[in-house]
Write a protein that binds this ligand. Structure first.
Ligand SMILES: NC(=O)c1ccc[n+]([C@@H]2O[C@H](COP(=O)([O-])OP(=O)(O)OC[C@H]3O[C@@H](n4cnc5c(N)ncnc54)[C@H](O)[C@@H]3O)[C@@H](O)[C@H]2O)c1
Length: 315
């Protein structure tokens, strides 16, 4: 297949591209290399892809209709992962989230229906569950209580996709990712921040007094769900992709400490606005519709991240 992949220089996009290329798909990666976090990390991810057969890179913005019009020509699927993804950053920069996540997704989806692209797979987030404390979170649950602007933009994307499906029959699959981690991960996320601080003998900030719980999903498992969604191309679905296990933050930190061979200096702090105390995915729909079976638990996935981090930064 020929697939347009937005956010290809990003953490999940990079891994998705690698997997699609390895099985012989053609991937057109689109990314604007924005400086929300170190653009050099994005450049280095792309360097890994550029030698691979079937990969083309477009440096461009999803809000630019001309660019995406050209990029989309003749593709079999769109895998739309480009977005601003930081929950906390969305408090300080709401305008950027409206532009990139809402306007950008509109341009993508509207162009996709004009070009009658046969399948549109896009990233949503567990953040849409927000204040709904039902656990595990199921696709049937109400999602109208987002706690952060970021979550609101993802809920908006789901509504937009639903409407475009209703109006024009565009096949759409929204994937609600739950806290993704792994090698080449994002510098603004806990695993990266904690590893970096521990290895440089700096204290780590533990929010929620360490009582938070998360469903941490290894990136290869997420990619398996994305690829299955591209292949199955359901008519219209929203599907959770998590590990289906709830981990205590302090256990997560313990495995990082063991992998780093050092104990962390912990600064215990209260919950931050926008944070949820607990997340856990009900993955039964993904199991049924995508044959999704997550394989990696944090005891195996965290050491793989730390190993990558040490090698990449030469520590
Ligand atoms: N990582 C997670 O835990 C997680 C959880 C839930 C949802 N998601 C979603 O998954 C997707 C991928 O996330 P990620 O962790 O790989 O983030 P990421 O920031 O590493 O990747 C996103 C990429 O999109 C690009 N981008 C942003 N705005 C763009 C624009 N206007 N035009 C072109 N490119 C643009 C960025 O430069 C970046 O390379 C995002 O939609 C995110 O909201 C991620």
């Amino acid at each position: 297949m020929k697939i347009l992949l937005t956010g290809a220089a990003g953490f999940i996009g990079f891994h998705t591209a690698k997997t699609l290329l390895a099985r012989g798909d053609e991937v057109i990666g689109l990314d604007n290399f924005n400086p929300y976090y170190d653009p050099q990390l994005k450049e280095n991810r792309i360097k890994q892809l550029e030698g691979l057969k079937g990969f083309t890179l477009i440096r461009g913005d999803i809000t630019d209709r001309e660019t995406i019009r050209g990029a989309m020509k003749g593709v079999d699927r769109i895998c739309h992962l480009a977005a601003l993804a930081g929950v906390r950053y969305s408090f300080e920069h709401p305008d950027e989230f409206i532009l990139n996540n809402i306007q950008g997704t509109f341009e993508m989806i509207d162009e996709a229906r004009m070009q009658e692209i046969p399948g549109f797979i896009y990233a949503s987030s567990s953040s849409v569950y927000g204040g709904n404390e039902q656990s595990p979170s199921s696709e049937e649950d109400r999602v109208d209580d987002q706690l952060a602007l970021y979550g609101m933009t993802k809920k908006d994307n789901e509504l937009m996709a639903h409407t475009f499906h209703n109006l024009y029959g565009l096949p759409v699959t929204g994937l609600r990712f739950f806290t993704v981690y792994g090698p080449w991960g994002r510098p603004d996320m806990a695993l990266f921040l904690f590893t970096d601080a521990i290895l440089h003998d700096r204290p780590i900030q533990v929010f929620g007094e360490g009582k938070q719980q998360r469903d941490f999903t290894y990136v290869d498992d997420i990619v398996s769900g994305i690829v299955a969604s591209i292949d199955k191309n359901h008519d219209e679905e929203i599907i959770n992709l998590g590990c289906g296990r709830k981990e205590e933050l302090m256990d997560f930190i313990k495995i990082i400490e063991e992998s780093c061979g050092k104990e962390a200096q912990k600064e215990m702090l209260p919950m931050q606005p926008g944070d949820v105390r607990s997340s856990l995915a009900d993955i039964s729909k993904a199991q049924k519709l995508l044959d999704y079976e997550p394989k990696t638990q944090i005891k195996d996935g965290i050491p793989q991240f730390v190993e990558w981090y040490r090698e990449y930064y030469g520590i």
